[in-house]
Design a protein around this ligand. Structure first.
Ligand code: 4HQ
Length: 240
């Protein structure tokens, strides 16, 4: 997977994508992250990329020219068969487990990070293949959302997680939250680990975990269990 990231602040990406699982995925060649400074396609000596909105109103809007040219230049320099231009924006479809899994299937993602009041509407309509939001909140730019996309997608790339299928075995894969986990010591400050987990009875442990997962989900995220059943193990099984 290649992630080509178009941003006014490339240095924001130094650090967060260097360590841990993502850093290792890059080192092993499963993932390439390329940063593209939008100013490179800016106008004039000051490399201007923004302007005031037509019709008035506060703030500045990213002009279409530099963003279109950035994507065209990336596609010329690094041609691939299947890529996807993603605009990070609070107006986008909300990113979830299934969405991340789908994005991981592309050979390359071109992630467009907006700033200020956002981008010229023609970017949304004619340049981006899709618009994604990381949640119903307003950030100062699309950079942190882009990092979240890269981080979440990296988990699904073959060879990145130790064991194949591990990306699917965490919370949300089956529409439920995880059951509680405990590790050593068996008693900590007067609090015991649930005895069933120490019993060695793997059938009983599996049942306990399934029950707790349901309970935790019902208490913390009942929305995951509701409606069309798409948030349930059975609902997801039906979809497949
Ligand atoms: N942005 N999910 C970029 C976001 C956002 C989100 C705010 C994106 C400002 C210019 N992006 N604009 N939520 O809050 O993706």
């Amino acid at each position: 997977m290649i992630a080509d990231i178009v941003t006014l602040f490339p240095s924001m990406f130094f650090g967060p994508l260097d360590g841990g699982v993502v850093g290792r995925a890059r080192a092993k060649g499963h993932l390439a992250v390329r940063l593209h400074d939008l100013r490179r396609w800016g106008e004039g000596r000051h490399r201007v990329v923004d302007d005031a909105p037509y019709g008035g109103g506060g703030g500045m809007i990213l002009q279409p020219g530099p963003l279109f040219e950035a994507v065209e230049s990336i596609r010329e320099q690094y041609p691939v068969e299947h890529d996807r231009v993603v605009l990070l924006s609070p107006q986008g479809r909300k990113l979830d487990h299934q969405g991340v899994k789908r994005l991981a299937g592309f050979e390359r993602l071109i992630l467009l990070c907006g700033r200020y009041e956002g981008v010229d509407e023609r970017v949304r309509e004619d340049l981006a293949d899709e618009e994604l939001s990381i949640g119903d909140l307003v950030l100062t730019g699309g950079e942190l959302p882009a990092m979240m996309v890269v981080d979440a997608v990296a988990r699904f790339l073959p060879g990145v997680l130790g064991c194949p299928g591990a990306a699917e075995s965490e919370s949300f894969a089956d529409g439920l939250l995880e059951s509680p986990y405990y590790t050593r010591p068996p008693e900590f400050r007067g609090r015991r680990v649930p005895e069933v987990l120490l019993s060695g009875d793997h059938g009983a442990i599996a049942r306990w975990r399934a029950d707790r997962a349901r309970e935790v989900t019902r208490n913390k995220r009942p929305d995951l269990l509701k409606r069309d059943g798409s948030g349930t193990r059975q609902g997801r099984a039906k979809e497949r």
